[in-house]
Design a protein around this ligand. Structure first.
Ligand code: GLN
Length: 490
């Protein structure tokens, strides 16, 4: 039987009613309430994508009224008109904070993350919490008690992880922007798979207060939006020192007085040869190289550079991230937070059974690996060695940035894969992050911008990596890339 819906090349959701832009809503504050309601309806209509785990109807309505009143009183509220979604490992007071884990399924946070607090104070409205890989461990958003997140561009494929729900909330036009966390690529990979922009800021640029720790020397809150300009608008509100996170940087947020404009001078763009190695899909490579040629024709100079320690990034990352995770996750023991096994009769049972029943398999695997690399006898061979190699990776980047302003690479070697395809093969799954983890290990900012589709119509992301605190520059270059992609740049 033929389908009553005519076949078309564009994704089906593009044919549904579009969300008005933040600017339009800001100029017509009376439409904000309608937009919020529409977003909540749309989130429910698209429930099958498993993007949201909690919708905040009442809270969003209260915030809408506050924003409207604020605008009437003439408050500046630079983010009035923005509708947002927040990854469910970032705390909001009196809202469930699950990390997509059984162990926190019924846990409610008593405070709000600084990043969310700042966005809301600037007029943004959060409509819900989004699905993720349990405790942000994964690359596909399939390790979750709420059902695997589906990619709106191709619903039989993964959205990427671990911030899959947040990427989908933007890609499916439910909200204008969203927050994710990026420890090894969890913002950039789903951004690339879903065809939206995603930024991992410099380590410490955005306060981690209220972000559930995975690997705290690598974790950073990041954001998704349709454009680099949108990411800049969110970043300048979120960034800046927070006394509640001692690792947050003193660097002031990107200057809001300066108009965010196109780059006026030509940049030296580095192409790290190690990122164009085997395993890179031909379509991805072609798209990235063609964008590089366009940038060259646009006056930027292209320089080949080498980051020789890149091949160690994945092993180093999976040693350090799991070591830190095994220590952070020790607090979930059935005593203070969330779930406690009902089978337990003695204290050691409480720990063992609670953790055995409460954590999913991938999280358990990470805890075991982390405990192993930290254990006496293996500490020097793995953990200490990994710290030393991390230093080398940082030096690679410092050397490269003495020659070039930014680095351009694919965000991921391939486009999105099928649901279930890599679930039974953790090593292959870990390799999805091969091009994203180096920036986390070095603590430097990196952006993923969609630059086109492969032969199957699946989105391809370009990664722009910059030196510490160079977010403005990489986002400006991101804007230029968007113009060249859309053919609107002069
Ligand atoms: N996929 C990587 C991991 O599983 C990165 C996750 C992340 O950035 N949170 O560790």
């Amino acid at each position: 039987m033929s389908s009553p819906i005519p076949k078309q090349n564009l994704p089906w959701w593009l044919y549904l009613k579009m969300l008005p832009s933040p600017k339009n809503l800001r100029n017509h504050p009376d439409l904000i309430l309608e937009a919020v309601e529409q977003a909540l309806v749309r989130a429910r209509d698209l429930e099958s994508l498993h993007a949201f785990v909690t919708l905040l109807d009442e809270r969003a309505h209260r915030q809408t009224a506050a924003v409207r009143d604020g605008l009437r009183r003439g408050e500046p509220l630079p983010l009035a008109g923005w509708l947002l979604a927040v990854k469910d490992n970032i705390a909001i007071q009196d809202v469930r904070l699950t990390c997509a884990s059984k162990i926190l399924e019924n846990f409610t946070s008593r405070f709000t993350a600084t990043a969310v607090e700042r966005l809301e104070a600037a007029g943004a409205i959060v409509i819900g919490k989004t699905n993720l890989d349990e405790f942000a461990m994964g690359s596909s958003s399939e390790n979750t008690i709420f059902g695997a997140v589906r990619n709106p561009v191709a619903p039989d494929r993964v959205a990427g992880g671990s911030s899959g729900g947040s990427a989908v909330a933007v890609a499916a036009d439910i909200v204008h922007g969203s927050l994710g966390s990026d420890t090894g690529g969890s913002v950039r990979l789903p951004a690339s798979f879903c065809g939206v922009c995603g930024l991992k800021p410099t380590y410490g640029r955005v306060s981690r207060y209220g972000l559930v720790a995975y690997g705290s020397s690598l974790d950073q809150i990041g954001a998704f939006a349709h454009t680099s300009q949108g990411l800049f608008d969110l970043l300048r509100v979120m960034a800046g020192r927070d006394a509640r996170d001692s690792s947050s940087a003193h660097e002031p947020p990107p200057d809001s007085r300066n108009q965010f404009s196109a780059i006026k001078h030509s940049l030296r763009i580095g192409i790290p040869e190690e990122y164009y190695a085997h395993g890179l899909s031909a379509d991805v490579e072609t798209a990235v190289r063609s964008m590089i040629s366009k940038l060259e024709r646009h006056g930027h100079s292209i320089v080949s550079v080498s980051l020789p320690h890149t091949k160690y990034a994945i092993p180093v990352y999976y040693i350090l991230a799991t070591a830190e995770a095994s220590s952070h996750l020790a607090r979930f023991d059935g005593a203070r937070y969330g779930f406690r096994s009902e089978q337990a009769t003695e204290l050691t049972d409480v720990y063992e059974l609670t953790r055995g029943e409460g954590f999913g398999l991938e999280v358990q695997r990470r805890i075991m690996m982390g405990t192993f690399v930290l254990s006496a006898g293996y500490f020097d061979a793995y953990y200490r060695k990994a710290q030393q190699v991390r230093r080398r990776l940082l030096e690679d980047f410092s050397r490269a940035f003495s020659k070039v302003d930014v680095l351009l690479t694919p965000t991921s070697p391939t486009t999105t894969f099928r649901l279930g395809e890599k679930l039974d093969d953790p090593l292959t799954m870990y390799l999805s992050d091969v091009l994203t983890v180096p920036a986390n290990l070095a603590g430097i900012p990196a952006l993923s911008v969609p630059i086109g589709n492969d032969s199957q119509g699946l989105p391809i992301g370009l990664q722009i990596i910059g030196p510490h605190f160079a977010e403005t520059m990489i986002l400006q270059l991101g804007t230029e890339v968007e113009g060249l992609r859309d053919g609107v740049s002069s």
